[in-house]
Design a protein around this ligand. Structure first.
Ligand SMILES: Nc1ncnc2c1ncn2[C@@H]1O[C@H](COP(=O)(O)OP(=O)(O)O)[C@@H](O)[C@H]1O
Ligand SMILES: [Mg+2]
Length: 316
């Protein structure tokens, strides 16, 4: 099966600002893919190119098997896009919004009404179907927006693009949206989402690409990224200053004030045991230890500067 999304050497500049600098991505069909990056990293630009709204300056991109420049119409038929800002008509009810979207997509009246009801049900909005959307919560609005993007025959929407779908949502609404994404993915739809939240990418995505400096700084499953770029860390508290100094050469993180040293490990019991024995064969130097699992935050910090800017490759 061809990948749902594939880009090769994608570039895009605005004036003298090079936003994308040879971006390569591959998203397998039926998976949830998260493009992770700080504000201004180029996430929306990428989404706009993949959804045919903006033309790239160079490189190629295929979505659902079609070229985003040469086969725009075919791409548009295969995708749905939900923006960062929900575009629903506040003066209409949820059901009216969806019926309108379905009519605009070409469904006859009765079919449109049926489709609207199906989607309200699927997105947990049946109870609010006849309420004006002005009274909807942020999360309900996002879900309605998402539903509106899926009014056509669900079989034809193969890739759903969600640009920062949970930015600005409260935790509960965020959770609801995550459920919807999982459900879409469970139905075999490919989901391409952008996010600034590491936790979101971690929870939701099969694969994650970290965007920085206009290219992918790292790509893989959350687990792979954690192992490759941050791993686990064993924090050792030395018994005294002499012990601390003996252990120092083995450590990658040093906190002299608390006599604490960080030593990389894969986190397995076997390795932790071996490490402790190797570092402190007489069992006199190490007083306590704690094991930290790497988080995506660690990965992100390892790959980008504190302000989200790209680090020099030599520091990675
Ligand atoms: N239409 C545009 N005209 C000029 N500059 C733009 C335009 N769209 C985006 N940019 C610039 O491109 C960079 C990336 O923007 P964007 O793709 O929106 O990032 P993100 O979605 O990751 O926050 C930013 O510096 C932004 O100011
Ligand atoms: Mg954006």
């Amino acid at each position: 099966m061809p990948p749902a999304i594939e880009t090769a050497g994608l570039t895009k500049s605005y004036g003298s600002v090079r936003v994308l600098d040879s971006l390569d991505l591959r998203v397998d069909t039926g998976t949830v893919f998260a493009l992770l990056g700080p504000n201004g990293a180029g996430k929306t630009t990428t989404v706009r190119i993949l959804t045919t709204l903006t033309a790239p300056d160079g490189g190629h991109a295929r979505v659902a098997g079609h070229d985003v420049v040469a086969e725009r119409r075919a791409v548009r038929r295969a995708i749905s896009l939900t923006g960062q800002y929900a575009a629903v008509d506040e003066t209409l009810t949820g059901a009216e919004n969806l019926r309108l979207a379905a009519r605009l997509s070409g469904l006859p009246r009765r079919a449109a009404a049926r489709r609207a009801d199906e989607l309200l049900e699927r997105f947990g909005l049946t109870g609010a179907r006849d309420r004006r959307t002005a009274a909807y919560s942020g999360g309900m609005r996002r879900r309605l927006d998402l539903a509106a993007g899926l009014v056509r025959d669900p079989g034809t929407t193969r890739v759903v693009f969600l640009d920062e779908p949970t930015t600005g949502l409260d935790p509960r609404s965020r959770q609801e949206l995550w459920d919807v994404v999982r459900e879409l993915s469970g139905h075999g739809t490919t989901v391409f989402l952008t996010t600034q939240y590491l936790e979101e990418a971690d929870r939701l995505a099969h694969r994650i690409a970290v965007l920085g400096g206009g290219r992918t700084l790292a790509e893989g499953t959350a687990e792979e990224l954690k192992n490759r770029y941050a791993g686990h860390r064993l924090d050792l508290v030395a018994r005294d200053r002499d012990a601390y100094l003996r252990l120092t050469p083995h450590a990658t993180a040093h906190t002299p004030a608390t006599l604490t040293l960080g030593v990389p490990t894969d986190g397995s019991a076997a390795h932790v045991r071996t490490l402790l024995d190797a570092l402190d064969p007489h069992r006199t130097d190490i007083e306590r230890f704690t094991l930290h699992s790497a988080t995506l935050d660690d990965v992100f910090l390892a790959l980008t500067g504190p302000d989200g800017t790209e680090k020099e490759p030599s520091h990675v």
